[in-house]
Structures are given as C-alpha cells and as structure tokens.
Design a protein around this ligand. Structure first.
Ligand code: C2E
Ligand code: CA
Ligand code: CA
Length: 936
C-alpha cells in the first residue's frame, strides 16, 4: 500500500526535478553534464552538505558556466515502495534519453545500488563516481563491471580508538552499544577485529539482550567509562525508538558521555566521536569527477577506502561530563560550543574595562594636572628669574614702589648706583630727608597727572659725585583701575648734558678762534638790544674786515693765515669789555657789539683804537706781519632797531670804509644801503646777461717799441647793462666769481677771443698771440681739458693763446692748479703773470713759476718817471725776468716818458693808452690792417 504522504512527497520531490531537467536541457548543451544521485531525502543534513560541497567544488574546478550539475534526491533510505522506484526510474530514463550525462555521482549505498540495478536500462556505460559508501562488498562486486571509482565512508574505527585513548588514557575496557540488527552486527564485528591489534577490551551492551530500561540502568552505573554507540533502534522486547528519541533517552541516563563513529547523533545526545569528514569526502569525489571529465578512465583513479576524518564534539555535552575542551585533539570540530568567556561576559568586561579606563584616565589627568601645576610654578619661577635678569641687564635704574612708597623691586643698576638695597624700604629710610621729600613729591606728581612724569634730579652717587638723573615715573593701575604703585626708570644724564653743552658750544662758536659765531652773535645781540631798549641806552655794532687778507692766505698759506686770524681774534677780545661781544662771522670778518655807548664819537674812538691794536705787527712762525683792517659802524637805535638790520648796516658801512681807502672806520648812512641794494640787483641781472648777449669783448693791443702794428692783444670784457649802461669788469667780475657764473663766462670769453683771432687771421691781420684773462675760480680739475677741447674744435693752435693769471694764484701752489697749468703749457699754451709786483710773491719764487710772460703792474708804471722807488722795482723785475728768459709786458703805458724808460730798462712789450685803449674787434682791424699793407 502506498501511503498518500509518500506519494505527495514524491510528487514534491520529483516534479521540480523533472521541470528543472526539461528547462535546463537546452542550456546544458555545451557543458559537462553531471547527474548527482543522492540516496537520501533533501532534508537529511548530510545530503544537503554533500550537494552543496560538490556543487562548489565542481564550479570551482571547472568554472560555473562549464558544468551542469543535476541533483536527484532518491530518498531511498526511507525504504520507498516499488511504485515510487518505478516512477523515478521512468523519469530518469526519459530525461536520460534527451540529455546524455557525462558522469553519474552516486551518494550513499542505496544510490550506488540503484545505479547498478538500472545500468542496463538507463545508465549504460556512463562512468560512475560514488560517495558515502559503507558497503565495501558491494563496491568489490561492481568494480570491473562498471567504469567506477569513488570515496568510501568506512567507519574510522582505529581513529576512534586513538581518540578515546586520549580522553581515557587509563581505560582498557570500551563499552559499545548495539542493537543486534544484522547489518550492524557486521559493523560490530569490524570493531572487534580492530581491537585485536590494540591493547583494549570490548564489552557489548546489546539491546538484543537488554530492554531500553535495562540498558539505561547499565549506563547509569558506568561512571567515567568510554561508551560508544554503534546502533540503537530496537530492544529485546522489539520496542523501536527513532534515532533522536533513542539518543535522548540514552544520554539522559548515562553517567558517562556516549561517543559515536557517525556524524548523525552528535549534538542530539551523542557527546562526540571520530567521524568521516563529509566536506573532505565530497572534495575528493569532485576531484575524481573532474579527472574523468578531463578524459581519465575511472579505472585509473583509485578508490578512496579511508576518507579524511576528524573528531566532532558537542562542546556543551563534553563540558557537562567534566571534560575541558583543551583535552580534545587540535583537529576537533566543536558544535554547540558554549559562548566564550568573552562572549558571555564581554559586556561586563567592557563595562569593567570602561571603569578601569575612566579611573586610569582620571589618574593620568590628576597626575598631568599636578605636573602641569608643578611646571607652571617652575615656569613662573623661571619667568620671574628671567625678568629680574632682564631688568638687571638694563644699565639704567629701574624700580617699583607700592602706594605707600615702599620699594617692591629694583634692578642691579639701582643698587650699584645708590649702593642701597631698597626692597622693603621707603625713600625716607634710604635717602636724606630733602631728597626723599623731592622723590615723594615727584611720585605724587606722576600719580596726580595719571601719566608718565619726567624729572631731572640731582643726586650724589656712590663716589660722592654730583650726578643728574632723568627719572620717568609712571603710575601702575590694576585692571579695575585701582592705583597699585609707581614704576620708576632713571638714567644718569650727567655726561649727556655735558656733551650737549659742549655741542651747543661748538655749534655756537667758531672753531678757529673760539669766539662766538654768527648764530650766537645774533642771540647775544638780540638780548643786548632788548636790554638797551629797556634801559634806553645805545649800543654799537662794529663790522670789521681785514684788508687784503686773501693775499696773506694765498701767499703765506692757510696755516699762517689761521694763526693770524687767531691772533686777531685774541686782540679784539682782549680789548673789549666783558659784557661786550666779539664774534667771527666770516673768514676775515669780525663783528663786535659794544654795549652802553654814549654817542658816535665814543664808538669811533673805540673803533680806531681797535684798528690800531690790529695794525701792530704780528710775529707768526718767523714771519713778521702787519695788517690793516677796515670797520663799519651801526648804532642802536639810530642806524637800526633790530639785530639783522644793525649787522647789515654795519656791513654796508664797512664797504664804504674799504672803498674810501681801507684801514679806517666809517659810520652807516642811509645812502650806503642803496649801493648795497644795487650790488644785489646787479648780481641778479648777471644771470640773465649771458642769454641777453649783454657781454661783449674789447681788445687792447700790445706793441714792440717803434712798431705800428700790434704783436699781441689782450681781451677785456665789458657788460652793456640795459638800464645802467656800461659796467666795468672790476665791478662785475667779483660778482661773477662769487655767484658761480665765472666758469661759464670764462669759457665764453676764451672761445670768442680765439674765434676773433682766427677771423682776423683770415682777414689778413696776423697777430702772434691773443691774451685772455683767467680768474682763479676758473681753474678747476677739468680746466685744461676744457680749454684743449675748445682749441681743438676751433682748430686753434695752442701757441696763439696766452692766459693771464694773477700772482696770488701762481703762488698758491695747489696741486690742481699746478697740474692744469703744466698740462696746458705742455700743449703750447703760454701763461702770463698779471699785475706782477702787487702781490706778496718774492722775486726768488718767480723761478719756480710755470710762466713765460710777466706783466708789470700799471701802479709801478704810473709814477715810474717820478718815483725812484717804483723805477727800482720795475728795473729789478725786468732784470729778473730777463735772467729767467721771460717776456716782459708793461701795463698802463700812458706817455712817451713811460715808453722810453721801460724801453731802456729792456721791457719787451708795451700796453697802454699811449698806444691804444681797448677797442672793438672791427675797430682794431680797421685801425691796423691798413698799416700792415703800409708796412709792406
Ligand atoms: P687787467 O687785466 O689788469 O687789465 C688791464 C686794465 O687796465 C683794463 O681795465 C684796461 O682797460 C686798463 N688799461 C689799459 N691801459 C691803461 C692805461 O694806459 N691806463 C689806465 N689807467 N688803465 C689802462 P679794464 O678793462 O677795466 O679791466 C679791469 C680788470 O678787469 C682787468 O685788469 C682784469 O683784471 C679784469 N678783466 C677784464 N676783462 C677780463 C676778462 O675777460 N676776464 C677776467 N677774468 N678778468 C677781466
Ligand atoms: Ca690782464
Ligand atoms: Ca693787469
């Protein structure tokens, strides 16, 4: 009878298989086709494990797209009836016809038997790989008839004994539970056989002899004994129990754990045992399948009689029986493993750990905090120390007092200057009453002004030396604005003040004479005027200038000039009252302020006395010198009400005194300023004169005696002023020199004169040379080059040019002037000494001068016929010049008398009104060119 349940099951089981086979047939064409026939129902754990493992292994080895695995669960282990087998067979046959499998994988004894039985009908010679086969005899029968190989499920009996021996090292007797069923008897026999080679006894607890209860009773007696379950299905009373029930019952009663050789049952009451490794077996079978698919004959692939094994243990059970998991071999696979200590107590562990961490953190925090405080203290200490060092490094005194005036800190300088340790003391405990009062007063000033207060305080230092302190006192407030104390800073300014005084003196005094300079003069004059005004008194300003002082400088040198000025200053200073002033305001210019004067007469007398004092001879470095001075006088208040005016007016008066013939004094009059104003205006006009072409040149010829045509000419400049008419060079040349215009004007004169000579020559008036006057200021370091450039540009021969320079210039003996003159002389330019005899040069020095012409000054010529002295001087000059082979030219030859005397004395050339006055170029040409032709 077919049970309706079973039919239903078969439909459920096989219909999907059928449909699957149908649907996947086409898609499996190019793939390796494997039919896996599983003896068990799909829900059997081992069945599922085998299928999953084989699927994975084949996909892995061949590639998922290269293999088509078809699984058929036969459910044969449940003892199916004929009908269902029939149905299955038909299905498989059907499917086999349209779908030729490359290989059959039979799992379980029943599956292999099924394949063997259906070989003729369905499977033919298709290779077979088997898995999970206990029946070794069956396999032996098939080998040779079928292309067959596979993996046996041989119970790992020996391995089990090894396993038990580890757990029960002292036990010699092993208990085996059996039930006397025929197929299991065979199994038990194998176990017994195995013990022959082992040193153990087997005691069989067979349900064929005991009832379930009796067996339970037996098991309850066995404490800590090795017990193995082979099979337990039916007792001596034929009472059957399903596997799970049986296992539950036995394990509940047994005093010792029950072990097994099979996976099923372990975890359901069986404590553990030695079992074949399903995964490893499936892997081995899959490998064989792959090899066969690759072309290997199944006969060449050995059957695996002993698949890999491993101990499998229900950890909970093992622990219940007092085993520790560490007792089991390393390869043991545990199921029902109790949660590990960590898993069980992890939460508490975490909590505890958390608490520990928090405590630790708190400890560390506290430690760090303490360390921080410690470090902060040290840092503060170091800062304070550093601050003290810094303060001590300040060379000035630094200190701080609280509101009661008590010193809270001070620096090294304070202690070393005052020799006092002030900390904790007040000024009254440190200094004398007066000084302490003063300091207290200054503190109060700073507090009242609520800002830095600076005071100068005279104190006695350590060496009882008076020293001046500049003290800065600053009130210090709290953040809330409350006064805390006074910060003080003092520096010793004694030396500074001294230096300032000295500097002031230097700034206000003339370095050479030590007399007040213009600055101090003005200051003192102003206060003198103030006083005079208040007291309704007169005062006099005397402007004094040394006559021809420049010549002394030029001829005797600056050293002597300076010594002379010093002497002059001395004499002046010694001859005035203490309350009078004597200042030096220019090189040879002095200004005196004479206080409390009564009328001009008195001043004039005083002034003349001073001039007389100055006129007394001076003995300086072996030279006996005498000089004269001129002076201008201005009286307060008649000649001026303020210092500037008085000085200016005295200066104007001085000029008049000089004009009147020097060595005299003159009082200011209103008309003098007009002349002065004129001079200033003239200087301004000079600047535009050049552009306006107001300058022109005149030429004065020089003759040899008895010749009507001039040999040379001297160039003399003129200024045709638009308002003032013709102005003499004597008037404007000094202005051009002092205003810096002379250099430019000089080159214009030179170029024009040279051009004129060339022009005359072209016109047929052949002159030997043209003389050009040169002012000393023209001779700068570029003079020779500039002259050379002018001559070259005009193609003017240097020999045609004669430059007239003054005697003083020739004597000055400065490097630049010598170099420039030598350079031009080397080119062929002649030099003449102008106005010879008026300067201080001695005849003996003439030798050294780089000149070839000597012009005798007209002042000697003027009275040469009447003044024996002048005659002798000119005679000496000409004789000396002759011996030096110099050409002599006499200036200012106005009469026949002059000419004949000079001629007799041997003078080479004559220049003067007797021959010709200076004339314009055209006039000169018209005058002399006809005479040349006449001569011819
Ligand atoms: P200096 O070089 O001694 O020129 C001679 C001066 O004597 C000229 O005056 C001339 O007119 C004048 N003189 C000529 N013969 C007689 C005479 O027989 N009797 C009198 N009493 N005087 C006579 P000037 O032209 O007024 O020149 C005056 C001074 O101006 C010159 O004196 C010279 O030092 C300067 N000077 C003139 N022209 C120039 C110039 O182009 N450059 C420079 N640096 N100085 C010049
Ligand atoms: Ca001249
Ligand atoms: Ca002259």
């Amino acid at each position: 009878m077919r049970s309706p349940n079973l039919t239903k099951y078969l439909v459920q089981l096989l219909l999907p298989l059928f449909l699957l086979l149908m649907s996947s047939a086409s898609s499996a064409d190019n793939k390796a086709k494997v039919l896996m026939l599983v003896a068990y129902e799909p829900l059997f754990p081992a069945a599922h494990e085998f299928v999953t493992k084989v699927d994975q292994a084949l996909s892995h080895k061949l590639g998922a797209e290269k293999v088509h695995l078809q699984v058929a669960y036969l459910g044969l282990d449940l003892g199916p009836d004929k009908t269902s087998i029939e149905l299955q067979t038909q299905l498989l046959k059907l499917q086999y016809q349209r779908y030729q499998y490359d290989i059959i994988l039979a799992v379980g004894d029943a599956a292999l038997s099924f394949v063997a039985s259906q070989r003729q009908q369905i499977f033919q010679q298709t290779p077979v790989v088997f898995l999970d086969i206990h029946d070794a005899e069956k396999v032996n029968q098939l080998v040779g008839n079928l292309p067959l190989t596979g993996v046996m499920n041989t119970p790992p009996i020996y391995e089990l004994f090894t396993f038990l021996r580890i757990l029960y090292p002292d036990k010699k007797t092993y208990y085996f539970i059996t039930d006397g069923l025929p197929q299991r008897a065979k199994y038990f026999q194998r176990v017994k056989n195995a013990t022959h080679s082992l040193d153990v006894e087997i005691e069989e607890l067979s349900l064929a002899r005991y009832s379930w209860q009796e067996l339970a009773g037996k098991l309850a007696q066995l404490h800590n004994e090795p017990i193995v379950l082979l099979s337990a299905f039916i007792d001596k009373n034929s009472e059957q129990r399903r596997l799970t029930q049986a296992l539950k019952f036995l394990s509940e009663h047994s005093a010792s754990p029950i072990w097994s050789l099979d996976t099923p049952g372990i975890g359901l009451g069986i404590t553990g045992g030695m079992v074949n490794d399903y995964e490893a077996s499936a892997e081995l079978a899959s490998r064989q399948v792959t090899s066969i698919l690759a072309g290997t004959s199944p006969d060449d692939l050995p059957i695996h009689g002993h698949p890999p094994t491993h101990p499998l243990v229900d950890a909970q059970q093992a622990l219940r029986y007092g085993f520790s998991l560490a007792q089991f071999p390393r390869s043991t696979v545990f199921i029902n493993q109790p949660p590990s200590y960590w898993q069980q107590y992890g939460r508490y562990g975490m909590l505890a750990l958390g608490v520990v961490v928090v405590i630790l953190a708190l400890l560390v925090f506290t430690f760090l905090q303490a360390k921080k405080v410690q470090q902060a203290k040290q840092k503060l200490q170091r800062r304070l120390l550093l601050m003290q060092r810094v303060l001590d490094a300040i060379p000035e005194m630094v200190f701080y007092k609280d509101i009661n005036g008590r010193y809270l800190f001070s620096n090294q300088a304070f202690e070393s200057i005052t020799r006092k340790k002030p900390i904790g003391c007040t000024d009254y405990e440190l200094f004398e009453q007066n000084l302490a009062d003063l300091f207290r007063h200054h503190d109060q000033q700073a507090i009242h002004s609520a800002s830095t207060h600076v005071n100068n305080e005279w104190v006695l230092d350590v060496n009882q030396r008076n020293c001046l302190l500049e003290t800065h006192k600053t009130p210090i407030y709290s953040e809330a604005g409350k006064l805390l104390g006074i910060l003080g800073y003092s520096r010793d300014i004694t030396a500074l003040v001294q230096t300032q005084k000295e500097l002031e003196h230097i700034v206000q005094h003339d370095a050479l004479t030590g007399l007040p300079n213009r600055m101090l003069l003005l200051q003192q004059l102003k206060s003198a005027i103030l006083e005079a005004r208040q007291e309704h008194q007169q005062l006099a300003v005397i402007y004094l200038d040394i006559d021809r002082f420049k010549d002394i400088n030029d001829t005797l040198g600056h050293t002597i000039g300076d010594l002379l000025l010093k002497d002059i200053g001395h004499r002046l200073h010694n001859n005035i009252q203490q309350f009078d002033v004597c200042a030096r305001i220019g090189s040879d210019e002095f200004v005196l302020v004479i206080n409390h004067v009564y009328g001009y007469q008195q001043v004039q007398e005083k002034c003349e006395q001073l001039l007389a004092v100055l006129a007394r001879p001076y003995s300086i470095q072996g030279h006996l010198l005498s000089i004269y001075a001129s002076a201008g006088i201005a009286l307060y208040a008649e000649d001026g009400a303020d210092a500037d005016t008085l000085i200016r007016h005295a200066d104007a008066a001085l000029h008049m005194a000089k004009h009147l013939g020097r060595n005299r004094c003159h009082r200011y009059t209103a008309d003098l300023t007009e002349g002065l104003h004129l001079r200033i205006a003239l200087e301004q006009d000079l600047h535009s004169a050049m552009e306006s072409r107001e300058f022109f040149l005149m030429y004065q010829p020089q003759f040899k005696v008895n010749e009507s045509v001039p040999l040379r000419v001297e160039t003399l400049i003129r200024w045709q002023h638009p308002q003032r008419g013709l102005i003499s060079p004597v008037e404007f040349i000094p202005l051009a020199e002092s205003s810096g215009m002379m250099v430019e004007l000089g080159y214009w004169i030179l170029r024009s004169a040279c051009q004129q000579l060339l022009f005359w020559r072209e016109q047929g008036l052949l002159l030997e040379k043209i003389a050009v006057n040169v002012s000393p200021v023209q001779i700068t370091h570029s003079f020779a080059n500039d002259v050379a450039r002018i001559l070259t540009s005009l193609e003017f021969k240097p020999e045609w040019l004669e430059l007239e320079v003054t005697e003083g210039l020739m004597m000055s003996d400065t490097q630049i002037i010598n170099d420039q003159i030598n350079q031009l002389q080397a080119m062929g330019v002649d030099f003449a000494i102008d106005d010879f005899g008026t300067g201080y040069s001695s005849l003996s020095k003439l030798k050294a001068m780089p000149v070839s012409i000597l012009k005798v000054d007209q002042s000697f010529v003027r009275n040469i016929d009447t003044d024996q002295n002048d005659f002798k001087i000119v005679q000496a000059i000409i004789q000396m010049a002759k011996s030096l082979k110099l050409t002599t030219v006499a200036e200012g030859v106005e009469t026949q008398q002059h000419e004949s005397i000079l001629h007799n004395l041997g003078c080479d050339l004559m220049q003067g009104y007797f021959y010709a006055k200076p004339m314009l170029a055209d006039q000169l040409y018209e005058t002399y060119y006809p005479l040349i032709n006449d001569d011819l």
